[in-house]
Design a protein around this ligand. Sequence first.
Ligand code: 4NP
Length: 157
Amino acid sequence: MSDKPAVLFVCLGNICRSPLAEAAFRAEADRIGLDVAADSAGTGDYHLGHPPDRRAQAVARRAGIDISHYQARQVTPEDFRRFTHVVALDRDNLSNLRRIRPADATAELTLLLDHVPGREGEAVADPYYGDDAGFDVTWADVTEGARELARRIRDER
Ligand code: 4NP
């Protein structure tokens, strides 16, 4: 692969899980010196243009990362040509992404926790309707997934 890899993380609303996955992945890529682009999007259109949920902002801030400038957007078929990796946070979103993936897609489509040995097929649970503690679980899950994914992309190059 000669082009710089570009990873798109996708959940439902693009205000909780996928912005946190993007933030964790950017931090991990920086840490291991991987030159990569990252973005996030939602399969739904409920929160277009909104910043991440305040609880997501808070858990990222506790890890020293400011995500307050992120803005929710909806995934598009074009994303499957612009990105090298499209990474779903759960199975429902993976199914929806398979449906909108165009025939000439070049991106690899995977589930985030499929990259974590022993956690294949697991979802990053939706924390939106839960309490603040759920966001700590989300952060732990996306951090683990991001670490393994970043390592894999580095090792493929
Ligand atoms: P996310 O969480 O998919 O992790 O961003 C959700 C955000 C909003 C909604 C559902 C999940 N909602 O139904 O509005």
